[in-house]
Design a protein around this ligand. Structure first.
Ligand SMILES: Nc1nc2c(ncn2[C@@H]2O[C@H](COP(=O)(O)OP(=O)(O)OP(=O)(O)O)[C@@H](O)[C@H]2O)c(=O)[nH]1
Ligand SMILES: [Mg+2]
Ligand SMILES: [Zn+2]
Length: 279
């Protein structure tokens, strides 16, 4: 029988076959073949003995959060508590784009900002929209659901950003656990502990555990550079330019002219400088 893995808790794999759920084990052969079944995997199961027999080839996968075969990654980004980190946002955007998944930014906790801080966020949002990335807010559920309709979606973002809270808002029956970020630590407590896909009308949405750091080092510099979508809009005269050293580099000029957001360029530099080829 064919199905989709919708939840993994330790060694138990929950597989949905046309809406009927089977709790399965994975065969040892996966370990031998170095395949780790992931939430989102399409698989074949032995429904009598509750075993996963085969994992179908993946369209894509992410390792943080661990998930396969998603169309959209919603980057849930709080503007306060935890404070906005454009570095983490740009890192997530690059990783998602490199993995050929559509990114959408969702800002949360705008209610905690004063009006000038809000204006600042709207300006940043406009920039991302201009370079082709959808930006939504967690109080505009119908606009968000229009973008996510008929898609397989993963919610990703920092611990405490409001991923589970947003899913609870989208579907009141889900009752996912949420919790205040710790005042003492100033960060979240990893409330969500596993990846799980939920069906909401015609959309499949995965809630995932948050994180506080991400590693982009395993990706080649060329791919990181090309994930900065705005760079390709301007034509740098130098072939294979990394837009770091050349004095007459068009991208550097555009940063100076404020056509490219300075934080984007600085984050780009921080992602690739220090890696092998620049030493
Ligand atoms: N003020 C405000 N608080 C929010 C908003 N969205 C979520 N929160 C609060 O933020 C806290 C953390 O929310 P969660 O939904 O648990 O965060 P999470 O991203 O799922 O966190 P992890 O599961 O640990 O990754 C909770 O206390 C929520 O009530 C918002 O828009 N405004
Ligand atoms: Mg959560
Ligand atoms: Zn250049």
């Amino acid at each position: 029988m064919n199905g989709k893995i919708i939840k993994i808790v330790s060694n138990l794999y929950t597989v949905s076959c046309d809406g009927v759920l089977y709790d399965c084990q994975a065969r040892g052969k996966f370990r031998n073949e170095k395949i780790t079944p992931l939430v989102g995997d399409e698989c074949e199961i032995d429904a009598q003995n509750n075993y996963i027999l085969k994992i179908r080839p993946r369209q894509n996968s992410l390792d943080r959060p661990l998930i396969a075969n998603v169309d959209v990654a919603l980057i849930v980004t709080s503007v306060k508590k935890p404070n906005l980190s454009l570095n983490l946002l740009d890192k997530m955007l690059s990783i998602i784009i490199i993995n050929k998944i559509k990114p959408v930014i969702c800002f949360t906790k705008m209610d905690l900002l004063n009006s000038s801080e809000k204006k600042e966020i709207k300006k940043i949002a406009k920039y991302y929209q201009k370079i082709g990335i959808d930006v939504v807010y967690n109080n505009k559920i119908s606009k968000l659901m229009k973008i996510l309709r008929n898609k397989i979606v993963v919610f990703t973002g920092q611990t405490g950003a409001g991923k589970s809270s947003l899913l609870n808002k989208i579907d009141k029956n889900l009752n996912l656990k949420t919790s205040e970020i710790s005042e003492a630590l100033g960060r979240g407590k990893h409330t969500t502990r596993h990846v799980e896909l939920f069906k909401v009308k015609n959309t499949l949405i995965a809630d995932t555990p948050g994180f506080s750091a991400l590693d982009i080092n395993k990706y080649p510099n060329e791919e990181i550079r090309d994930s900065f979508l705005e760079f390709s809009k301007y034509h740098c005269q130098f072939k294979d330019c990394f837009h770091l050293k050349e004095k007459k580099c068009e991208i550097k000029k555009m940063v100076e002219a404020h056509k490219i957001l300075e934080s984007r360029y600085k984050n780009y530099q921080s992602f690739i400088v220090g890696k092998e080829i620049f030493k």
